[in-house]
Design a protein around this ligand. Structure first.
Ligand code: PMT
Length: 219
């Protein structure tokens, strides 16, 4: 057992999917269930950390005995993280953030016009992890995930740099048993120093391996 090796640490975790509304009843989102982020919350909590979970739409229960900050959109996530990040020692961003939002959100339900296409224009959302990287404080450890479908390692390495992260956990979301909405994952832990390829394991076990790496980097 890893014991209470995270006692006294404040750990901030993002989980789930953001929702980008087009009107009061419709939105754009993705397949994130919250399982990966919540597994990290549980692992950190069980090892003695004070955990804050910032979570969007999820399909599994929110863990007990963690501070809960629910959000809906990428903009909400940005606002929450700008407020929360400075007060935490370790930040792990597993949320699947929509890169775009609907440009012109309607206050009332969009009416169907038979025979006519509906055209939506999408605007870029803030890159939350990058913004957190820009306000990184001495001693903080920042981690992100990279959900990739191709050139996994190269794309993840680029994100590590661009977002000023200490660790990025890359997962190929096209492989069965990895990525969205399953209980297992296949990941690589990528730092400036190198890459560690991990076998298929339960998300709860991967969570502990990620926290082991974080603790090693804090030394
Ligand atoms: O929730 P589950 O069903 O368990 O699925 C887990 C998961 C597949 C969602 C998870 O393992 C994962 O890969 N999460 C990251 C999803 C993602 O948004 O990846 P990305 O490669 O697009 O983003 C890279 C990093 O930047 C991520 O840490 C992300 O949180 C962050 N990001 C991305 C875009 C954006 N606008 N702002 C961000 O902060």
């Amino acid at each position: 057992s890893r014991g209470k090796d995270l006692a006294g640490l404040k750990v901030l975790v993002t989980a789930g999917a953001t929702r980008e509304r087009m009107d009061p009843v419709r939105y754009i989102t993705n397949d994130s269930s919250g399982k990966m982020g919540f597994a990290i919350c549980e692992a950190a909590r069980d090892r003695g950390a004070d955990v804050t979970a910032v979570f969007g739409s999820v399909s599994v229960p929110v863990p007990e005995r963690v501070r809960k900050v629910p959000i809906e959109s990428a903009q909400d996530l940005y606002d929450a993280m700008m407020k929360e990040a400075p007060g935490h020692d370790v930040i792990i961003q597993a949320a699947a953030v929509c890169d775009y939002r609907v440009d012109d959100k309607k206050a009332t339900k969009i009416k169907k016009k038979a025979g006519e296409p509906l055209v939506l224009t999408l605007t870029e959302n803030p890159d939350v992890a990058k913004a957190v990287g820009e306000i990184k404080k001495e001693g903080q450890i920042l981690c992100g995930f990279a959900a990739e479908t191709d050139h996994v390692k190269q794309n993840a390495q680029a994100k590590l740099k661009k977002k000023n992260l200490d660790l990025i956990i890359a997962n190929d979301v096209t492989v069965p048993g990895a990525g969205f909405n399953v209980d297992t994952n296949i990941a690589s832990l990528i730092t400036e120093k190198g890459t560690e390829e991990l076998p298929l394991m339960r998300k709860r076990e991967l969570a502990d391996v990620i926290l082991d790496k974080v603790m090693e980097m804090r030394k």
